[in-house]
Design a protein around this ligand. Structure first.
Ligand SMILES: NC(=O)CC(=O)C(=O)O
Length: 288
């Protein structure tokens, strides 16, 4: 049986102090921290950046900062070159994407491989439209369009699913990626100081445990000068639900090792992946 993760891999989450109004600064900062991540731990194979790392996380700013995705795009170029130079898989957080045919703006993650090739994109599928009295109101759908597909990326080490932030609240997205053979769910995200303490870790552990995979959540660092205060606490959770590493609130790089044996052993001991009863929950579209 082939392994869903071909070897142990070291991953790095770059909890960046980007997302400022200065896009050039954000890109330059992202570049230097991704370089630092690999310089400090040269065996790192996969690096993750946060949601909206090169623009403010603000509904009225997404269009202004948006880019067409393609080799001419500023962020595309920077991330592609970085992945190629450092020989890493780079999950490029997310950027506001302008789709020129429709003029729609999406919140989109680009993923590059070790050759600098774009190997997949994910458009945030569940937009962050919430209203918590005395807490936080945010309505991405005022200016963003939701993506219309789930995303599984094939890289050198196997497959992983990608969701963006609010997407992690939807177990179905993770579940179907894992049923396609994903070894991890990777979520660039930007929870805030209201919802972060409530649900960030809970959801990271829940998605890991209900699918017996790794979850990787990468947040921006908290910046109290901005209108949106990101929670921070980037983390990696293993298939048993243990938090392997957790950042604080400031700018930080955290690392973890993903081990195929952890997935296999835990799945062998608690074999829920083979025990599902799609016959009694027919509204779930089971493939196994
Ligand atoms: N920012 C998001 O998309 C999601 C979030 O903050 C939350 O779900 O809480």
């Amino acid at each position: 049986m082939s392994k869903i993760l071909s070897q142990k891999i070291k991953v790095a989450l770059v909890q960046l102090a980007g997302s400022t109004p200065d896009k050039a600064y954000n890109l330059q900062r992202a570049t230097s921290l991704v370089e630092k991540a690999v310089r400090d731990q040269p065996e790192t194979k996969l690096v993750v950046l946060p949601e909206c790392f090169n623009s403010p996380y603000a509904v009225d700013k997404f269009r202004q900062y948006s880019e067409v995705i393609g080799p001419e795009g500023e962020s595309y170029k920077a991330l592609s070159q970085l992945a190629q130079k450092l020989k890493i898989v780079l999950v490029g957080g997310s950027i506001p994407e302008l789709e020129p045919k429709t003029n729609n703006v999406y919140n989109t993650c680009m993923v590059f491989n070790e050759q600098g090739k774009l190997i997949g994109t994910h458009r945030k599928a569940h937009l962050f439209d919430i209203d918590i009295p005395n807490g936080i109101t945010f309505k991405e759908s005022d200016t963003l369009t939701a993506g219309d597909k789930s995303t599984v990326i094939q890289c050198e080490y196997g497959k992983f699913g990608v969701g963006i932030c609010y997407d992690m609240r939807f177990p179905e997205l993770a579940m179907q990626a894992v049923r396609q053979g994903a070894f991890a769910m990777v979520y660039p995200g930007a929870f805030n100081t209201v919802t972060g303490p409530l649900h960030w870790k809970l959801l990271a552990r829940a998605r890991a445990v209900d699918n017996q995979v790794y979850t990787l959540l990468c947040s921006p660092a908290r910046n109290t000068d901005s209108n949106y205060h990101a929670y921070g606490h980037s983390m990696v959770v293993n298939p048993r639900g243990d938090v392997l590493v957790e950042a604080g609130e400031g700018e930080e790089i955290v690392y973890a090792e993903l081990d195929p044996a952890e997935i296999e052993q835990f799945r062998a001991g608690v074999p829920i992946t083979k025990q599902r009863r799609f016959d009694i929950y027919p509204d779930v579209n089971g493939t196994k």
